[in-house]
Design a protein around this ligand. Structure first.
Ligand code: NIG
Ligand code: FE
Length: 412
């Protein structure tokens, strides 16, 4: 099946050099063609060009879609989510309004542990249904790749249950999904901290590895959760099963997460709200993508990651939603892009690159996703007619999407 999209006002997010990530000043450049067409062959992008040079008869399209002056962008890639969770936690939302902090709630035994208690009571089927609903909402908002973490099981059986749900989502949804094992999200209620770390290393990781349920491994390396030493032990155990780290670092304090992540060749270090100049230097020269989660800073009223400084230091930045029940119950990547501009001072081009090519890199997918490039998977959306690319983050609550294509097929 060959699909021609024509009358595109701006085809944006074009790349031609097969770059897997963008760094520093490169991030301010978003490849664009005005008045364009795009040809999809099967699941992949076949070619594109300017309307004035289009020889429609030579293209042999089976189907022609008129973009009617809409803009085309590569689908958002969301490299950090926790969308497999049970229920919701709006009670804690009100506790936070009344003055409690995220840490206070965790210390009294709430937060992640509340979600784990609830997840324990749900069947795999119920959990799948709840998670699919969230994924579908994200798809309709333009997201084409999603990383999903475990981490609300906190015992071997329930961690495996979560990962099986993610596996089923991979098989049934048109969106591209990668799985991350986050047993080290909090200490399960029935264990001491050392017992739980040993359980992760000796029981959970080998089982996840044998059943091939996760590509990546994560640890919430922060004060009150897991230390850099515990993190290192867990990451080393994961590496034996080929699970590369993507870790939670420097959210609550500058606590060694970036250092241990880079030392273990993490694909990404995420959060970074409390990172300092020192961690920027630690990241320099590494393969690790610093990933900011501005929705979390917004929702928890916390500092934002120093993404501007990171880019000015010549490094790349990705952004993700962190969609989860406690610190940001939203998977709206357009809003994340707006927050990146408004609160972290990224230019619209930088924010869009952070939410597409660099976020594809942060989930190990930028060979095939994250930009409009011949040969890449045809994941993109067509907007309603908009005045310019800058309008996307500027109109921060206006829905802009007209049509969504995933793997070359229209899904909305
Ligand atoms: O990324 N910080 C750790 N984990 C999640 C929150 C999980 C929760 O509160 O349920 C996060 O913000
Ligand atoms: Fe998270």
């Amino acid at each position: 099946m060959r699909t021609l999209i024509k009358n595109i006002k701006t085809l944006a997010g074009i790349s031609t050099e097969r770059k897997l990530r963008l760094q520093g000043a490169e991030m301010a450049h978003l490849g664009q063609i005005d008045d364009a067409w795009l040809l999809v062959d099967g699941e992949r992008i076949a070619s594109f060009g300017e309307m004035k040079a289009l020889q429609e008869a030579e293209i042999h399209a089976d189907r022609v879609v008129d973009a009617c002056g809409g803009t085309v962008l590569p689908s958002w890639c969301d490299p950090h989510t926790h969308i497999v969770y049970a229920g919701s936690r709006e009670g804690e939302f009100v506790d936070k309004i009344r003055g409690m902090s995220y840490e206070d709630i965790a210390k009294r035994g709430g937060g992640i542990l509340n979600s784990a208690d609830l997840l324990h009571t749900l069947s795999e089927e119920q959990l799948y249904e709840q998670a699919v609903k969230r994924a579908r909402e994200m798809i309709l908002k333009g997201t084409g790749c999603i990383e999903i973490k475990s981490g609300y099981g906190l015992n071997t059986a329930d961690e495996l249950k979560m990962l099986r749900v993610i596996k089923r989502m991979k098989e049934t949804l048109p969106v591209k999904i990668v799985a991350t094992f986050l047993g080290a999200h909090a200490v399960g209620r029935q264990y001491t901290q050392p017992e739980y770390v040993n359980l992760i290393i000796n029981e959970m990781i080998p089982e996840v590895g044998k059943q091939k349920l996760a590509e990546y491994i994560d640890v919430f390396c922060d004060t009150g959760f897991f230390t850099p030493e515990e993190t290192a032990r867990i990451l080393e155990a994961g590496a034996k099963w080929g699970m590369r780290p993507k870790i939670h670092a420097d959210e609550l304090a500058s606590s060694g997460g970036v250092e241990v992540g880079v030392a273990h060749n993490a694909l990404s270090v995420d959060h970074l709200e409390r990172m300092t100049e020192h961690q920027i230097e630690v990241l320099r020269g590494s393969e690790t993508m610093p990933t900011a989660l501005p929705g979390t800073s917004f929702f928890l009223n916390m500092p934002f990651a120093p993404a501007r400084k990171i880019i000015d230091a010549g490094l790349g930045v990705a952004v993700a939603s962190d969609y989860n029940p406690g610190s940001t119950p939203s998977g709206d990547m357009k809003f994340v892009v707006s927050l990146a501009c408004i609160k972290m001072r990224l230019l619209p081009e930088e924010a869009i690159n952070a939410a597409t090519i660099n976020s594809a890199y942060a989930m190990g997918l930028s060979e095939d996703y994250g930009s409009i490039e011949v040969g890449k998977v045809a994941n993109f959306f067509i907007t309603e007619p908009i005045p310019s690319i800058n309008f996307i983050p500027y109109a921060y609550t206006t829905p802009i999407i007209q049509k969504v294509f995933l793997r070359g097929e229209e899904v909305r």
